[in-house]
Design a protein around this ligand. Structure first.
Ligand code: SAM
Ligand code: SF4
Length: 466
């Protein structure tokens, strides 16, 4: 019999852990409703939303397939953070224009669904479901309407205090699990669609988070990554009232869990208590992703980021003052409207000062509904590309120098990949560096091993199993 998942199988069914590899490609007892193909664009939160959406579909009796051709129901979980990401979705939807007579149902989920709403039906009349992430808890109802024969169904309400919790989640990675602890965003960065597409901030109760974590540990997961657009703005809505750092500490104490990560942190809500939690318990990973976006206080103000260059650098100093090295990574936007050459150079000088372990950098892209869209003095695409290249070159130099200093050191690596080349493996350190290493030992996947660094590239460490 065909199995549901390619790599491992990890289900939480009815709140009860089911052993990896034990489930069939459909849920026994559920009515058989056809096949679905689900493609995901964008961030880790979207990836994890898709794991939960797949869980909802499986529990209704749908079977997952891995090609559009084999599916009776095709779903795209979309991203609209930048224009290019949104365009990709419309080009996927356009492919169905060339498939007349096909009886597939098509669904659009996520940020483009929320942003474009019913306009999607006009542009692509073959779409029958449009649902934003703030309405995912209504998916069972929406699917029931489609199954009853309705042609166009929408879930577009963002005025909600609900979080999306599922009885069943289909996770791809058998060792590291994503777990969303806070949805939506209440910040109002002037360039960003997320507050419009994902709705207001809403945290899950600490009991619900820790219950799911216990189930994950029972399934054999040893690493969890807490997710949220502003994960450290977490506020436990239950009477227990755990702060984010207290939730981290409680999670690290879960028997079986060896690593607890979290992303993305907003500088405004990043306090010394989080650094203390990382120092206190080595199971809390020593990596913080702290997006700065720009090194210029004037640009930060125009971005409505709520901190200045100096304020951000104080947070960095606080992290660096601790007695444990904590890797810091960031996001940068170049070519924000009105960004002068001098202001761009302030971003470069901030990079030199902080010496990030890694960066994600983007050319500013104007987005619907955002205040920055109406700002004057747009920077040309050509100039944006130039600034991005300069930024990347500088960061490459910084990473090359920093990584070379690690030669001779040993790191604990969680092994997640096996190369086609014999005896070659890969994984991550607690500080989230990629490590490629050699070992003659078999069956290392999912294990934690010590690796001594022998050489480096700007983006990875290369070593040998000790
Ligand atoms: N919540 C996170 C934070 O506060 O930094 C980031 C979430 S967003 C999904 C990821 C990154 O996309 C942002 O940090 C920003 O650098 C980038 N981004 C968001 N809107 C953008 C836009 N309009 N143009 C270019 N990059 C953008
Ligand atoms: Fe977007 Fe700002 Fe919210 Fe991050 S904090 S999701 S960049 S609005």
């Amino acid at each position: 019999m065909q199995k549901a998942f390619d790599i491992g199988l990890d289900l939480l069914v009815g709140g009860k852990a089911v052993a990896a590899g034990a489930a069939p490609d459909f849920i026994a007892g559920a009515p058989q409703r056809g096949t679905f193909y689900l493609e995901t664009f964008g961030c880790q939160m979207n990836e994890h939303d898709s794991e939960k959406v797949a869980g909802v579909l499986l529990s209704r009796g749908y079977r997952q397939v891995h090609s559009v051709e084999a599916a009776s129901f095709v779903l795209y979980n979309t991203c609209s953070i930048r224009e290019k990401a949104a365009q990709k979705v419309f080009s996927r939807l356009g492919e169905f224009r060339e498939m007349p007579g096909e009886s597939k149902k098509i669904g659009v989920l996520g940020c483009v669904a929320q942003q474009e709403g019913e306009r999607i039906f006009h542009r692509s009349p073959w779409v029958s479901l449009v649902c934003g992430s703030a309405s995912y808890s209504k998916l069972p109802e929406l699917l029931a309407q489609l199954e009853a024969g309705e042609k166009r169904v929408t879930g577009l309400d963002t005025d909600t205090d609900e979080t999306f919790e599922t009885e069943l989640t289909r996770r791809d990675n058998p060792w590291r699990a994503y777990l969303t602890i806070i949805e939506g965003c209440d910040k109002a960065c002037s360039y960003c669609v997320v507050p419009y597409t994902r709705g207001p901030e809403r945290s899950r109760t600490s009991d619900s988070v820790l219950r799911e974590l216990r189930q994950l540990a029972e399934l054999g997961y040893t690493e969890v990554q807490f997710l949220g657009q502003t994960v450290n703005s977490y506020a436990d809505p239950s009477p227990r009232g755990l702060k984010f750092s207290e939730l981290l500490r409680a999670a690290a104490e879960m028997p079986g869990m060896r690593r607890v990560r979290f992303t993305t942190s907003h500088p405004r809500d990043f306090g010394a208590d989080i650094v203390e939690a990382i120092e206190h318990d080595e199971r809390i990973c020593n990596h913080v992703h702290l997006p700065v976006q720009s090194g210029s206080t004037r640009v930060l103000r125009a971005m409505q980021r709520t901190y200045s260059r100096e304020g951000y650098l104080e947070k960095i100093a606080m992290i660096r003052r601790g007695n444990k090295h904590i890797a810091i990574t960031t996001d940068i936007i170049v070519g924000f409207p009105g960004e002068t050459e001098r202001e761009f150079e302030e971003t470069l000088s901030l990079l030199e000062m902080v010496k990030y372990e890694g960066i994600f950098s983007f050319k500013y892209s104007p987005r619907p509904n955002t205040p920055a869209r109406a700002m004057e003095d747009a920077i040309s695409e050509e100039e944006q590309s130039r600034r991005l290249a300069v930024l990347l070159e500088l960061q490459r130099k910084i990473q090359t120098e920093a990584n070379e200093k690690l030669i001779g050191q040993s790191f604990e690596v969680h092994v997640e990949g096996k190369s086609r080349k014999e005896n070659q493996w890969s994984g991550h350190t607690s500080c989230h560096r990629v490590v490629n290493f050699s070992s003659a030992q078999p069956d290392l996947l999912g294990k934690y091993v010590n690796v001594k660094v022998q050489s480096t590239t700007p983006n990875s460490l290369i070593g040998v199993h000790q």
